[in-house]
Design a protein around this ligand. Structure first.
Ligand code: ZN
Ligand code: ZN
Length: 172
């Protein structure tokens, strides 16, 4: 027995002679199956644009068309075309949405904004004579500033000098 050639598309074994394989590959059945094989990997928008350019196959509607995937007329029903259109439109809108920030992104941004905006209120910056910034973990109510010296000592803003001259040897 000579060498055998197996065609994946047609699930068919034949004599592995170049002329037989060539004839087989040119055959309508083979081409139909190859075309149908690749059709399933096609992007729906590709199928839609291909099928929209074809006239509906009258024979296929009667169940008589032998050409399958290689028919030059469309084997898609109007209903199937509409479904494809809806599918492609839905896909396009997903692509558009991908450019917009997702809910998670917005939430993340809000959290970050909160942190950066609230930071100035979380401490009080003071500069000493050497230009060193000290952040103290308390805040002042700016309303009290307008009362100036008439404020009770506990509400006055501390100046950096208060720390320099302070003696911390005795803690309450
Ligand atoms: Zn084949
Ligand atoms: Zn047809």
């Amino acid at each position: 027995m000579g060498k055998r050639y197996y065609c994946d598309y047609c699930d068919k074994t034949m004599v592995a002679s170049p002329s037989i394989i060539r004839t087989h590959n040119k055959g309508v059945v083979h081409q139909k199956l190859v075309s149908e094989h690749y059709q399933q990997y096609k992007d729906p928008s590709t199928i839609l644009s291909e099928e929209s350019n074809k006239k509906p196959c009258v024979r296929f509607a009667r169940g008589e068309c032998q050409f399958g995937g290689i028919c030059r007329f469309s084997h898609y029903t109007q209903e199937q075309i509409n479904t494809l259109k809806q599918y492609v439109a839905a896909q396009d809108s997903t692509k558009l949405n991908a450019n917009q920030p997702s809910f998670e992104d917005l939430y993340q941004k809000l959290q970050t904004d909160k942190i950066t905006k609230s930071q100035p209120n979380e401490g009080t910056a003071m500069y000493d004579r050497n230009g060193v910034t000290h952040i103290f973990p308390w805040v002042y109510n700016p309303v009290f500033d307008s009362f100036g010296e008439s404020l009770p000592p506990s509400l006055k803003r501390l100046k950096i000098d208060d720390f320099i001259n302070a003696s911390f040897t005795e803690w309450g």
